[in-house]
Design a protein around this ligand. Structure first.
Ligand code: G6P
Length: 611
């Protein structure tokens, strides 16, 4: 979850490059930050509590000067946020930064305490500094010390180390899904936990694999495998445009990303739909018809909003491709001895491609013989690289912690997969797919029209932002839409919000309803309209406030709703995408009215790289 950056190269450049990189990584965590630079042969370490601006302010007053250093922005796992628990952690001449979780930290800590080590922090990470320092004290080179230390670690880690007694080199190591990206420059080299951090400086990058250790000097980068043998790896050319990640005139990234949805969806549909043939081309991914027909089932795994996209995918795959589909939270998948094998397809869905649970679930299914087809937004991410195939959502970088454009793009990517599988299994005709493509082509325009609700939704938000609790209900594909609406609201406004299948309302949550609890009702599906309208009436009968999302021109909504949000009509399952937009906007306005940090809500992180 944390962000790490390292630099070795030109005199006086370390602080600027590291701070700049950390700024781009702040979405990974932002409860504290720190930097260590070797200045005149001595480690200079500055650590601050809170967001990166605090570290920047401290360094403005007293800058650090040097040509080599490491920096970190933290999302606490072990030990509460504080300047003492902030990274880098230093022992003797060694300073380390760490992203991940050391699972055997308690045992290692006990052993180190017995050996007389004194700990400054409550973190699992400090253990790594002690282990490396012990090796250094026994005369090992920095590289060797790191190689021996990491042998003792269980869990996931991306680490970077600098040592004032080896002032020409940085060492880095990786295991278990915490990425380490190495950037190659001219007489300078970089490392980071994510590509955007160092993309402005170089396009040439190397990805460290699990259990590898790297040594970076200003003129060289060497990679070693777990046996210590040298690894030859050619750099990849990463060509994204870092400017895309700027705010582009909007107040907040989330607002920008909500507005980008028509474009994101149109790009994700892109050239994958073949109107004339009534066919889908999943970027050339080959799904052999015999294999597809013999498939016994599809397993979708994901976390957070991506899991909600999977719940919509569930409806689509079963309805269109008539194939048994399961959806599981990635964090739970491995704990039920999943019945999955060579006749199953696993679809991990992940914006970042780095979510530790999703990656672990995919790996587990692959070990059991399943084929994997990932849906990811970030190229070269761990899930994208390890999956047998990847269909990318072409949403562009998503910076706000709360997912918007990536969620709706994930639904579209899953729809394309469902259509393709339907064709291959013979459950859909080319004519049916042609109609689906026509509807898909109209979708970006419908999304654009939905964005016109921006101001009316602000008025609705103003009337309800004082509520302490919200309930969201839906049926069919409206149910995941309700779950996603509740998640959006709670993550950015800190209002307690729950999503429920409307039919479950009577089995508990109705007890919570009174005049202070707004209930958002997703009523855009004609198929389930009558039933959900009845549920809304039940809310009204108990003095609850009903905020209904309905199709444009709905005359009946007045009978059961206090607030009516009309969205353009779209056929299922695309109506789920359209109906999600006003819920994103509502959450945004409520959070803004409450004055919370919309893009970086407390306690959350964009990319969850710990299990
Ligand atoms: C975090 C983010 C969510 C995201 C989830 C899964 O909780 O805040 O927006 O949906 O992780 O992330 P992924 O990158 O796997 O889609």
């Amino acid at each position: 979850m944390c962000g790490i950056v390292g630099y070795v190269g030109h005199e006086e450049r370390a602080q600027d490059v590291i701070l700049d990189g950390l700024r781009r990584l702040e979405y990974r965590g932002y409860d504290s930050a720190g930097i260590a630079v070797i200045e005149d042969g001595k480690l200079r370490v500055v650590r601050t509590l809170g967001k990166l601006v605090n570290l920047e302010a401290a360094l403005r007053d007293v800058p650090v000067h040097g040509a080599i250093g490491i920096g970190h922005t933290r999302w606490a796992t072990h030990g509460r946020p504080s300047s003492v628990n902030a990274h880098p952690h230093c022992v003797g001449s060694v300073a380390i930064i760490h992203n991940g979780i050391i699972e055997n930290h308690a045992d290692l800590r006990d052993q180190l305490l017995e050996q007389g080590c004194a700990f400054q922090s409550d973190t699992d990470s400090e253990i790594i500094a002690h282990l490396i320092h012990q090796q250094r004290a026994q005369g090992a080179s920095l590289l060797r010390a790191v190689q021996v230390a990491v042998e003792k670690l269980e869990g996931s880690y991306a680490i970077a180390i600098t040592d004032e007694d080896e002032p020409e080199e940085l060492v880095a190591a990786r295991n278990g899904g915490s990425p380490v990206i190495i950037g190659l420059g001219e007489r300078e080299n970089f490392l980071a936990s994510d590509i955007p951090a160092i993309r402005p400086y170089t396009q040439r990058m190397l990805m460290l694999e699990d259990r590898e250790v790297a040594r970076l000097k200003r003129d060289s980068v060497e990679i070693f495998d777990s046996e210590g043998g040298p690894v030859e790896r050619s750099p990849r050319l990463i060509q994204w445009d870092p400017i895309q990640a700027e705010k582009g005139g909007y107040d907040r990234f989330m607002q920008k990303e909500i507005y980008e949805q028509p474009r994101a969806i149109s790009d994700t549909i892109g050239t994958r739909v073949l109107e004339e043939d009534g066919d889908i081309d999943l970027d050339g991914i080959v799904l052999e018809p015999d294999w597809v027909r013999a498939l016994e089932g599809i397993q979708l795994v994901a976390c957070g909003s991506a899991w909600h996209a999977c719940l919509i995918g569930h409806y689509m795959l079963e309805r269109l491709a008539r194939i048994r589909t399961w959806v599981e939270l990635a964090s739970e998948f491995r704990y039920r001895s999943p019945l999955i094998g060579p006749r199953h397809l696993i679809i991990p869905v992940s914006q970042s491609g780095e979510t530790a649970d999703t990656l672990a679930a995919m790996r587990h299914a692959k070990e059991l013989g399943a084929r994997s087809l990932a849906v990811c937004n970030v190229h070269e991410s761990s899930i994208a690289r390890e999956a047998d195939d990847t269909l990318y959502t072409l949403a562009g970088p998503e910076i706000a912690v709360a997912s918007t454009k990536c969620f709706t793009s994930q639904v579209i990517a899953l729809y394309l997969i469902a259509l393709k599988l339907g064709l291959l299994r013979g459950t859909l005709s080319h004519d049916q797919v042609r109609k689906a493509i026509a509807a898909l082509r109209r979708l970006p325009r419908l999304m654009q029209e939905t964005l016109a609700l921006w101001s009316p939704l602000e008025d609705i938000a103003r009337r309800h932002f004082h509520a302490r609790d919200f309930i969201f209900i839906g049926r069919g594909i409206g149910y995941p839409v309700a779950l996603e609406g509740a998640l959006k609201l709670k993550e950015i406004s800190y209002i307690h919000a729950e999503g429920y299948a409307a039919g479950e309302l009577k089995h508990g949550p109705i007890a919570l309803i009174d005049e202070n609890v707004p209930v958002v009702v997703v009523a855009t599906q004609p198929e389930t309209y009558a039933k959900i309208a009845a549920n809304a009436q039940e809310v009204r009968a108990r003095s609850g406030v009903v905020i209904a999302v309905v199709e444009a021109g709905d005359k009946r909504a007045r009978e059961f709703a206090d607030e009516i949000i009309e969205v353009p009509s779209a056929p299922d399952p695309l109506s789920a995408v359209v109906a999600s937009v006003p819920l994103q906007i509502l959450a945004y306005h409520i959070a803004t009215l409450k004055g919370t940090d919309v893009d970086q809500p407390r306690n959350l992180a964009k990319s969850v790289t710990v299990e």
